[in-house]
Design a protein around this ligand. Structure first.
Ligand SMILES: Nc1ncnc2c1ncn2[C@@H]1O[C@H](COP(=O)(O)OP(=O)(O)OP(=O)(O)O)[C@@H](O)[C@H]1O
Ligand SMILES: [Mg+2]
Length: 245
């Protein structure tokens, strides 16, 4: 216990503040409230660091792949209306994040920038201390298979918890393993549970609306686009060929 009372400690602290500096608190009550707030912020930071460390342990990497770490809204080039619309929607999604549980579905061909804009959303959220995980469905299926093996590092339930606790989960390459019946079942479970907990999901896919509907079911698809959710078509040619021309 300190030999000084709260009032005395506050006075000592106030004397140490340089002249001209506006103190954050002038009464012991304000000081206590400030300390409580700092404690709350600090435990939030620790919880966030723990979550990020957990991805590192589970996936051996941070939430956004190295390749897409530098993707931002600013370095996404919008040469036509379609790209501008995708850019505007993605950037609005990031700034409105937290107001609803709607997700986003970016659907279109190879190299059209789906990962770029999903990573830009993710990077913007990471900067706001949100947790983000972008994972491909084949990678996810491999992680689930690993949990069924003897001596697995993680149980299926704890992997499912990790996927459901992150603030934004982006499922990449949905549909490349079509025909694998497990894919539909596992994706359904993850998305259903996240949406039930009002946590959004992003989806990146080459499938069109009918094919995605067939894979995930109308119930999931309806909820994905509710409450601020959006479907964006990336129906232009690959960025690499556009750059060459
Ligand atoms: N409009 C754009 N402006 C700047 N860079 C872009 C743009 N579109 C795509 N790129 C870049 O092109 C590369 C391919 O894009 P990306 O990986 O986002 O494609 P994708 O739509 O996810 O394709 P796939 O379906 O094959 O996974 C990336 O390096 C990305 O940063
Ligand atoms: Mg991609």
């Amino acid at each position: 216990m300190s030999r000084f009372s709260v009032q005395e400690r506050l006075q000592l602290l106030q004397r140490a503040v340089p002249a001209g500096t506006q103190p954050k608190f002038t009464t012991p009550e304000e000081w206590r409230a400030w300390q409580d707030e700092q404690g709350r912020l600090s435990s939030q930071r620790v919880a966030e660091q723990n979550r990020q460390a957990r991805f590192q342990a589970v996936l051996g990497r941070s939430g956004i792949q190295e390749l897409h770490r530098g993707c931002t809204f600013e370095n996404y080039v919008a040469k036509h209306e379609g790209q501008q619309n995708a850019l505007d929607k993605a950037s609005r999604y990031a700034s409105d994040f937290g107001n609803g549980f709607g997700g986003f579905i970016f659907s279109g061909g190879c190299g059209t920038g789906k990962n770029h804009l999903a990573a830009a959303i993710g990077n913007a959220l990471l900067a706001r201390n949100k947790s983000v995980l972008v994972v491909t469905v084949p990678d996810l299926m491999m992680r689930f298979r690993e949990t069924y093996q003897d001596g697995a590092r993680q149980t299926e339930a704890s992997l499912m918890n990790d996927l459901c606790n992150v603030d934004l989960l982006v499922l990449d390459d949905i549909g490349v393993q079509r025909g694998n019946t497990n894919e539909g079942v596992i994706l359904f479970q993850i998305v259903d549970r996240r949406l039930a907990n009002k946590k959004p999901v992003g989806m990146l896919t080459n499938l069109d609306a009918n094919a995605l509907n067939e894979l995930l079911g109308a119930r999931i698809m309806d909820r994905m686009t509710m409450d601020g959710g959006m479907w964006v078509n990336f129906n232009w040619s690959s960025y690499r060929t556009q750059v060459k021309s």
